[in-house]
Design a protein around this ligand. Structure first.
Ligand SMILES: [Zn+2]
Ligand SMILES: [Zn+2]
Length: 125
């Protein structure tokens, strides 16, 4: 029995029997019932797929197709597809910014302040 299942069994035991859990209760038949109940309530399985915002549309199609496939698996309850805003030049994200820190140069462009000067210089060449 996993620690989570044990925790659930304690909860089930305390709410159905009304006796506070102690080491002694594990010898009672009521405890066995609670354990059986805890074991057949499988926790919800959530799969989260993250993808960088700068990936090609073709690749994104494959990510969403993969998510659709996962949703067909009965033991998976929820499949979350989350877009991570990623700098199109260096690949940094909100969580992992550039060394020394950076910010998005605009709301509609996935380019960070660390890359912006370099990009601008390249374009003016
Ligand atoms: Zn960048
Ligand atoms: Zn950056």
């Amino acid at each position: 029995m996993s620690p989570e299942q044990h925790e659930r069994a304690v909860e089930i035991f305390e709410t159905t029997i009304g006796i506070e859990y102690s080491d002694q209760v594990e010898r009672t038949p009521e405890w066995d019932d609670a354990v059986a109940k805890a074991e057949d309530t499988t926790p919800a399985t959530t799969v989260t797929i993250t993808f960088p915002s700068c990936i090609p549309a073709q690749l994104l199609d494959r990510v969403t197709a993969f998510a659709t496939d996962l949703r067909r698996i009965p033991t998976i309850d929820l499949v979350d597809v989350v877009e991570i805003r990623t700098c199109s030049s260096c690949g940094c994200t909100d969580d992992q910014g550039c060394f020394g820190g950076c910010s998005w140069i605009s709301d509609d462009q996935d380019l960070c302040s660390a890359c912006a000067p370099a990009e601008a210089a390249e374009q003016s060449r």
